[in-house]
Ligand binder design. Structure first.
Ligand SMILES: [Zn+2]
Length: 293
């Protein structure tokens, strides 16, 4: 979604209800940022309009222990369920395999009857309120299916799958989330070439000598930086890194270093999650720089 659209959607929501605080993200939710965004919220509501992000959100909610209020619509049909609660099933328990790609694509272009999002959205909102106040019987383990043509509701029982890849006893889905487009057959499982993740001190020294545009980050504590650092490095302690990401661009060549610890690796991991793919870690940290100098 472009910045303009994000802003106008936020303004419209504010006009409807100024008491609602809206935080808009000018980014497509993906496996690289979902685990950074969801921890800030208590309940996740499914407002997606296609299949891959539902697996993404469900897996992320299982990993982070957040309830996922699922809702989907297709033409005159709709369904609602409360998933990913402590003892309830997740989206994968209910739908272990995605529908065939041609069906996924058909859903994407199939369209919906305009009132359906209102009906299903209100049912989701009601489930959210029930979860917040702890009242009533939420749709846990129950898929509520709405048939708008015949104006009928029915309920399908959902069970937690003990062998579920996400929430089962031997779950294999980890924070290194899979490629959901590929999982749903929308893209071949081709691994993109991983960017070179490290840089040795001599190579870094060469780049600095060439005065090539380079963002060199010292992610140690300020006292360590003051004590000694690589000339040209900026001091941004690991804990403050996320407050500075807006200062870089995705095209920047970024090199991070710390001492003989994992702070630089953690920093690089966070930066890559925000699509700073040209991020490298100084091999051996500051000590190896001193030795090589
Ligand atoms: Zn599950």
């Amino acid at each position: 979604m472009g910045r303009l659209k994000v802003d106008s959607a936020r303004d419209t929501l504010r006009e409807i209800n100024p008491l609602v605080e809206v935080e808009a993200y000018n980014a497509l939710l993906s496996r690289t940022n979902v685990l950074e965004i969801i921890p800030h919220y208590d309940i996740v509501v499914d407002g997606t309009d296609n299949v891959p992000p539902r697996y993404l959100l469900s897996d992320a909610c299982v990993l982070l222990g957040k309830p996922f209020v699922h809702g989907s619509i297709f033409r005159f049909q709709g369904q609602v369920a409360v998933l990913c609660t402590k003892d309830g099933p997740c989206f994968r328990c209910a739908f272990p395999a995605p529908p065939p790609p041609e069906i996924v694509q058909k859903i994407a272009v199939g369209g919906v009857i305009g009132v359906q999002p209102g009906i299903i959205g209100c049912l989701q909102a009601l489930e959210v309120i029930k979860l917040i106040v702890g009242k009533g019987k939420p749709l846990i383990g129950r898929l509520l299916v709405f048939d708008g043509v015949n104006m009928r509701f029915r309920e399908v029982r959902l069970q937690k799958d003990p062998d579920c890849l996400a929430c089962g006893a031997h779950a294999t889905i980890t924070r290194d989330l899979p490629d959901y487009e590929a999982f749903c057959g929308l893209r071949p499982q081709a691994a993109s070439p991983a960017p070179k993740a490290e840089i040795i001190p001599n190579e870094l020294a060469g780049l600095l000598r060439e005065t090539k545009p380079l963002v060199l980050l010292d992610v140690r504590e300020p006292a360590e930086y003051t004590d000694s650092h690589i000339p040209g490095a900026r001091s941004i302690p690991l804990a403050e890194l996320l407050f500075h990401v807006h200062e870089f661009t995705w095209a920047d060549d970024i090199v991070v270093y710390s001492g003989a610890d994992t702070r630089a690796q953690q920093a690089a991991e966070r930066l890559r999650k925000f699509k700073f793919r040209r991020t490298r870690v100084l091999t051996g940290g500051f000590q190896s720089w001193l030795k090589a100098a």
